[in-house]
Ligand binder design. Structure first.
Ligand SMILES: NC(=O)c1ccc[n+]([C@@H]2O[C@H](COP(=O)([O-])OP(=O)(O)OC[C@H]3O[C@@H](n4cnc5c(N)ncnc54)[C@H](O)[C@@H]3O)[C@@H](O)[C@H]2O)c1
Length: 306
């Protein structure tokens, strides 16, 4: 009897840093799936698949190199292919280069399994998720992006350091856009069922400096080591796990919000059908203005690629 798991997760761009970190995280998190590494750089894909398969011998998952056609038949298809930011470069700059790549990947994957879920990680993730949905032809609920999950994790770590409470018990989100127009949902943030800003240790905290620290972190990492990948590796693997195991966990991911008429980074419950429900978030006037700016930026970028 073969030990190949029944579910498969394809990582397109898996020869690169982010794709490999996601593939490794899937194996290390004990996700029982066959992880397929696909990349136009076939030698890099082969190397990552062989290396990660060494890590799988005591885990339920397996890992191998695969073709675009095989990836199109996977249960979850993760897209990490494309150009990455250079030091100091905003994510929005990558759009022209990565638009062409996303389009050609979607064509190479066809026919895409009708129940597949696509998780876009390449940047700018909110706009590329919109493009991937249109080109793939899959329903909106089945095409999502990693959105501000990583940024929200950075926020929760920072708040944990201040309050002394575990990051997993702090409910706070970065919202709107995974990019320079993201904002912190302070009004909706909760800790132990109470508004976060009422926590005694939050009273003297300069909120803008927390925001700036989160915004700068990716730039700081890229400046120091060229790219960021471990954080997004674990985030994307966790979302993929929710898609495979039907966990209905709530993540701030890129999903289509009818009320704002675009894909954006917003809390949604994720299960085996993709987006099961998304939520209204309580915003004050200042946050509502920031949301408007983010929505405007995403919609304007998406309209160029209709
Ligand atoms: N959403 C997030 O939170 C987040 C975090 C970090 C990085 N990223 C993004 O992830 C992407 C990848 O970053 P990286 O550091 O892994 O870059 P990388 O250069 O290490 O890897 C990119 C890989 O994509 C492959 N590729 C290019 N065109 C392809 C195609 N048509 N088909 C298949 N593979 C193709 C390349 O061969 C390469 O192996 C970037 O767009 C980056 O901005 C997103």
């Amino acid at each position: 009897m073969s030990r190949i798991p029944r579910n498969s997760v394809a990582v397109i761009g898996g020869g690169g840093n982010v794709g490999a970190a996601i593939a490794f995280s899937l194996i290390a998190k004990s996700v029982p799936a066959e992880v397929l590494i696909v990349d136009v750089a076939e030698k890099a894909a082969k190397g990552q698949a062989l290396d990660i398969s060494d890590a799988s011998f005591m885990m339920p998952g397996t890992c191998r190199q695969a073709t675009f056609q095989e990836a199109g038949q996977s249960d979850v298809i993760i897209i990490t292919a494309g150009a990455r930011q250079q030091p100091g470069e905003p994510r929005s700059n990558l759009i022209d280069r990565n638009y062409k790549i996303i389009k050609s990947i979607m064509d190479s994957l066809k026919p895409i399994k009708s129940t597949a879920k696509i998780l876009v990680v390449s940047n700018p993730v909110d706009v590329l998720t919109d493009i991937a949905q249109k080109v793939s032809g899959l329903p909106r609920e089945q095409v999502i992006g990693s959105g501000t999950y990583l940024d929200s994790g950075r926020l929760r770590n920072a708040l944990s350091n201040i309050t002394g409470v575990s990051p997993t018990s702090i409910h706070a989100y970065m919202l709107g856009e995974h990019g320079d127009n993201q904002f912190t949902g302070w009004s909706s943030a909760r800790i132990g069922g109470h508004p976060l800003l009422e926590h005694p240790k939050m009273h003297d905290i300069e909120l803008d400096s927390i925001y700036t620290g989160i915004q700068r972190k990716a730039y700081e990492i890229i400046d120091a080591k060229g790219s960021t990948y471990y954080g997004i590796g674990i985030c994307a693997a966790t979302i993929a796990e929710a898609l495979l195991n039907n966990t209905s966990q709530v993540f701030p991911v890129t999903n289509y919000i009818e009320k704002y008429g675009c894909y954006m980074s917003w809390p949604a419950a994720i299960g085996s059908d993709g987006v099961e429900q998304s939520f209204d978030v309580k915003l004050n006037d200042e946050e509502a203005k920031k949301l408007e700016t983010a929505v405007h930026a995403i919609r304007e970028a998406c309209e160029k690629y209709e």
